[in-house]
Design a protein around this ligand. Structure first.
Ligand code: NAD
Length: 344
């Protein structure tokens, strides 16, 4: 049997998930939830989705009666993750929710509670937890293959917006507009992209940060960045004494990871995008892992566990997602106050 998935929010990333579902072993695309009738028509034809498995945001809760949907994958703008996770869980459906888990700690707590109360599993859409290059840097760090990691640099940024000509009228494409709206995104590049830098630092070290400092960067385009940061740099201190220095941006492109350890270093660039990733160690070993379909691999791994009626491992649950939201909150607090914020 394959788990029947309904995708909620049919934007850019949902299209990648739909492609992944075409080649999945343990799950399939069986339903959709969308606020746009023209998308419902298009997806229905493209993926052969039965009319009875198509929902809009108003009638979504009637999914409770639909035995042909097992899991809802929430791929909406960040601020809506909570609402759709809660509605899906109350309808008895397992949930995978995209990163960041939600925009507030209270929302994350509510999501975890409602899923527990309704006996459904809640998974984070952290695709890199199943990607072989990332499993390798996790191994190198946690098993101290090159000694204790002392220092990490991680950065993810895209020059998504035309920052160079501020005289141009603001003409964002609809796809990116919500990312500049605090109410929908919860923040700027930190919450959307920086979450990967936080994640990779945490799983390479196998430790939780105890304190953060942070600095907002320059705003080059004041027309666009009225609500969220354009650039941010932050530092995380870990119990071992290791430090991670990270940056994320909507103004410039960066996609790299570097770890300095006692006996050498390991690095990757690109490191966080959809790949292919290029990684190596200081002793000249170049990573040589196959390029995988990240979305398919992640969904298959999660759905296999659910199909076997087992509990999802901690590193992929809501308990993991909320940790990152707490760290993001602390980083924003540190950037706003200019002071070190403790996470102890
Ligand atoms: P997108 O803008 O392409 O799609 C968002 C979808 O949500 C659209 O279909 C839009 O119609 C719908 N939507 C519903 N209510 C909306 C509202 N009030 N305002 C605006 N849109 C609304 O965005 P995306 O890139 O697909 O991102 C969606 C989610 O997926 C985000 O949480 C993002 O962080 C996450 N994401 C994850 C990855 C990854 O690699 N794991 C990559 C990209 C995005």
């Amino acid at each position: 049997k394959k788990l029947n998935i309904a995708l909620c929010g049919l934007g850019n990333y949902a299209s990648l998930l739909a492609e992944g579902l075409q080649v999945s072993e343990y799950c399939q695309l069986s339903g959709i939830i969308t606020g746009t009738p023209s998308k419902a028509e298009k997806w229905k034809k493209q993926y052969n989705i039965p009319e009875k498995n198509i929902y809009n945001y108003e009638n979504f809760d009637t999914i409770v009666k639909n035995k042909d949907i097992d899991l809802v994958y929430v791929v909406t703008p960040n601020a809506l993750h909570k609402e759709f996770t809660v509605r899906a869980a109350k309808s008895g459906k397992h949930v995978i929710v995209e990163k960041p888990m939600a925009i507030t700690i209270e929302d994350c707590e509510e999501m975890i509670k409602v899923c527990n109360d309704n006996n459904v599993q809640l998974a984070m859409g952290y695709r890199l937890h199943y990607e072989p290059n990332h499993l390798e840097i996790k191994r190198l760090g946690q098993e101290k293959v090159l000694g204790q990691v002392r220092y990490i640099e991680a950065g993810l940024g895209y020059s998504t917006y035309d920052i160079h000509d501020s005289n141009k009228p603001v003409n964002l494409n609809a796809r990116n507009e919500w990312r500049l709206t605090k109410k929908l995104a919860g923040g700027g590049p930190l919450i959307n992209l920086g979450v990967y830098c936080i994640q990779v630092s945490r799983y390479v070290l196998g430790e939780e940060p105890i304190a953060v400092t942070a600095q907002f960067g320059t705003i080059n385009n004041r027309n666009r960045f009225t609500q969220v940061e354009e650039n941010i740099t932050w530092q995380m201190e870990f119990p071992s004494g290791a430090v991670a220095n990270c940056s994320s941006s909507y103004g410039f492109g960066i996609d790299r990871f570097y770890a300095a350890a006692d006996d050498g270093f390991f690095e990757m660039s690109p490191a966080v995008s959809y790949g292919p990733f290029v990684g190596k160690t200081s002793d000249g070993k170049v990573f040589n892992f196959p390029v995988i379909n990240q979305q398919q691999t992640q969904m298959d791994a999660i759905c296999k566990v659910i199909l076997e009626n087992k509990k999802l491992p901690n590193h992929i649950t809501g308990e993991e997602g909320i940790k990152d939201v707490k760290i993001i909150n602390a980083i924003y607090k540190a950037a706003e106050s200019g002071k070190k914020v403790s996470l102890k």
